[in-house]
Design a protein around this ligand. Structure first.
Ligand code: FES
Ligand SMILES: [Fe+2]
Length: 351
């Protein structure tokens, strides 16, 4: 069902401030996340191995966590290090700990075999900590299979109907601004799209005044298991953006992360950053609010779609041409899941 041997975004690091014990289910596994007193981030199974109480209802002690039902204490590796009223601690007693890495403001967890966790596989999102960019990290919960949300992002055709009033979607943008290319990659896809002389999108018009039409370039990149980057470049129309003239141009970077909570619910993390007027904090807030408005439009459609799919588990999708990127992505993801469940060593052993 899920790809396990990969890094998933588990939290923004600001969710772990002030000694917070964050309970978050990821791939249907209840997890506790916290920052210990030394500053290290810890990810443990949220079920106490004694009788299953929530460790997130417990008490942090240094970098350790104490279950506040009968007081068992666990270290950051999940090992039980104290049983109040009992001297002997059975060997191997403890809870699962997950490999965890904090990078560029993101807490990443590895959900598969710990021995395979390789921090160098974590994507580098340089602009999240580069002072040339400003944004507001945010979170939204979805009652839908994360693949439906990834489908939505891979699909330009919906812009014309879902986002006309917010993100500047139009039938012209959806159909006439043909992508330069869809690159089908082993870990997802890349798409580059130009839209010339288009009306200024409503979300930019809120703070970018005096320009009625813009040239726009969007580069989208989707990664397995569900991470999307969008680089957007806008400039007043007709100044030659396509020939490299950046006069009056403004740039945006949008990263989005879809982490399955269960097979029918998703954690959605995102940040939309801008590179101009960095001394004005209202721009990042305006962009955040505009994105929330746009994402709520998607959420309304997708959660309704999930309800319909639930009503008939045998329902089959029927593809149309604009589904090409999402169909490729679903195939790529499924191939990785199949390989993980049936690795070549295992297949050889069977044959
Ligand atoms: S359930 Fe945690 S100590 Fe008893
Ligand atoms: Fe959308």
């Amino acid at each position: 069902m899920f790809l396990k041997n990969c890094w998933y975004m588990a939290a923004w690091n600001h969710e772990l401030i002030d000694g917070k014990l964050l309970a978050r289910t990821i791939l249907e596994e209840p997890m506790l996340l916290y920052r210990g007193e030394s500053g290290r981030v810890v990810a443990l199974d949220n079920r106490c191995c004694h009788r299953g109480a929530k460790l997130s209802n417990g008490r942090m002690e240094g970098d350790d966590i104490r279950c506040m039902y009968h007081g068992l204490k666990f270290d950051p590796a999940g090992k039980c290090i104290q049983i109040p009223g009992q001297d002997n601690i059975p060997k191997g007693l403890g809870v699962r700990s997950y490999p965890v890495v904090e990078k560029q403001g993101i807490v990443w967890v590895w959900m598969g075999e710990a021995a395979k966790a390789d921090a160098s596989l974590i994507l580098d999102i340089e602009y999240l900590q580069n002072p040339k960019w400003r944004g507001v990290p945010d979170y939204m919960h979805y009652k839908a299979d994360y693949r439906l949300i990834v489908d939505n992002l891979s699909d330009f055709a919906h812009l014309a109907f879902v986002h006309t009033k917010t993100l500047g979607g139009s039938e012209e943008y959806a159909y006439k601004s043909k992508p330069l290319a869809i690159e089908r990659l082993d870990d997802g896809f890349r798409v580059e799209r130009w839209h010339m002389n288009a009306p200024m999108p409503p979300f930019l018009n809120k703070f970018w005044r005096g320009v009625s039409h813009v040239d726009r370039r969007n580069i989208g990149r989707m990664y397995v298991p569900g991470i999307f980057f969008l680089e957007s470049l806008f400039a007043p129309a007709g100044l030659g953006l396509e020939k490299g003239n950046r006069e009056g141009a403004k740039e945006y970077r949008n990263c989005q992360f879809f982490t399955p909570e269960t097979r029918k619910s998703t954690h959605f993390f995102w940040n939309y950053l801008h590179d101009h007027d960095l001394d004005d904090p209202t721009i990042a807030l305006s962009l955040r609010d505009s994105m929330v408005a746009g994402f709520m439009e998607d959420k309304f459609i997708i959660e309704g779609q999930q309800e319909m799919l639930d009503a008939d588990p045998d329902f089959k999708f029927h593809g149309i041409v604009s589904d090409a990127p999402l169909a490729h992505f679903r195939r790529t993801l499924q191939k990785r899941i199949d390989e993980e469940m049936n690795p070549p060593e295992k297949l050889k052993a069977v044959s």
